[in-house]
Design a protein around this ligand. Structure first.
Ligand code: SF4
Length: 381
């Protein structure tokens, strides 16, 4: 209602839609967003690289070395602190892991390595990188963190880096769209969803710049400092079809439960009855070492975090929770305990969704990595 706001689809939203339309729909319902360490770490690394690509080196001697590592770390630290603050102000969050700082530094180093490789300085260490080399790199930057939008406003994406691709004689060969990836690097080739995302950046860029030189799109994986090229035909038509299918609607979009959708990462299980019915039907409900479940909490000791949970099963397709009579000892600790206390403080009494509890022991463990939310399935219609 009152939905005249233009509907825009981003590559990540498109991927969500392709994984499970309901997941996409739920992500648009203003439900509490989940903070995550991997995402915060990735954002901090991204931002620090963007900072490094926008530095002012004027007045510095071109031969100067030993400046890059400190500057890189300073930027990363700033961004890290910013992300930490955002993380802690997100109510739905796991635990902040300070020890991931080393990982962030390693990722940043991977990104810097690829940047140096771009200007033919792959054998130069950050310490030995001269101001001249970095200036050369900066001269190749066309855009950093730019927003791409089609002229009809239907498709958009946030581009990390756009570089001029030049040959050994300095002649322009084309453009390189580089998307920094801080997730796990592919074994050999890009996953289809990453490929699709990268190609969409390329296609939006081309739609706005019909006279552009040849455009290459690359995923830059910081984990192994390796650049992977995405290639393929235009994905514009498919993206527009997805745009059409993702128009805001009050009726939830179709759910496609399964191993690759619900079994992967879906942040919206507390609002979706489908994973639960799917697991019950295929006999995998509560069968994994880390399982999602819906429970009734019969007892909870606020001090030591121990309690008694009664396992529930779905009574119908809408996910009405039916107690099974099976009771298990359960222990809440760390952020898992805090999340439960926050939920109970709201006066919540009914079934509780627990994401990824450790259920392979006699006592279930709900730790810092777990979701603890009111079970609030949204029915199909
Ligand atoms: S839990 Fe499964 S079916 Fe439900 S939205 Fe998530 S991926 Fe889709």
């Amino acid at each position: 209602m009152g939905e005249d706001r233009q509907h825009t689809l981003s590559p990540s939203a498109w991927n969500r839609f392709e994984t499970c339309p309901r997941m996409y729909w739920l992500s648009r319902q203003r439900l509490p967003r989940k903070a995550g360490m991997a995402a915060s770490l990735g954002t901090a690394v991204h931002a620090s690289i963007e900072d490094l690509l926008q530095i002012d080196l004027s007045g510095k001697n071109a031969e100067e070395t030993h400046w890059l590592p400190d500057m890189a770390e300073k930027f990363l630290k700033q961004r890290w602190e910013e992300e930490k603050e955002i993380f802690h102000s997100t109510p739905r969050r796991p635990m902040w892991k300070e020890k991931e700082w080393d990982k962030a530094k390693k990722m940043q180093r991977g990104a810097i390595k690829m940047l140096l490789e771009l200007v033919g300085a792959s054998s130069v260490t950050p310490l030995k990188t001269t101001v001249g080399i970095w200036r050369n790199l900066l001269s190749r930057v066309i855009a950093v963190e730019g927003e791409l939008r089609t002229s009809d406003n239907r498709l958009m994406g946030r581009l990390d880096m756009l570089f001029a691709d030049v040959d050994d004689n300095g002649e322009l060969r084309g453009w390189i769209v580089a998307d920094l990836k801080t997730g796990r690097a592919p074994q050999s080739k890009l996953k289809p969803e990453v490929e699709r995302q990268l190609l969409l950046y390329r296609d939006i860029l081309l739609s706005n710049n019909p006279n552009a030189p040849p455009v290459k799109t690359e995923g830059w994986y910081t984990e192994n400092a390796t650049r992977y090229t995405a290639s393929g035909d235009s994905v514009m038509e498919d993206a527009l079809k997805a745009w059409q299918a993702t128009q805001p609607s009050e009726t939830p979009l179709e759910a496609t439960p399964g191993q690759s959708s619900c079994g992967g990462f879906c942040d919206w299980k507390a609002w979706c009855p489908h994973w639960w019915n799917w697991r019950l039907e295929n006999g995998t409900l509560g069968s994994e070492d880390f399982s999602d479940s819906v429970i009734l909490l019969h007892h909870f000791d606020d001090v030591n975090g121990s309690g008694i949970a009664e396992i529930c099963e779905p009574a119908n397709v809408e996910g009405r929770a039916m107690p099974t009579g099976i009771q298990v000892p359960i222990n809440f600790d760390g952020r898992g305990k805090e999340a439960l206390q926050e939920l109970l403080a709201t006066g919540h009494q009914g079934p509780i969704f627990i994401g990824s509890a450790m259920t392979n022991r006699e006592t279930w463990r709900v730790g810092h990595w777990c979701d603890v939310l009111a079970w609030s399935p949204i029915p199909d219609a």
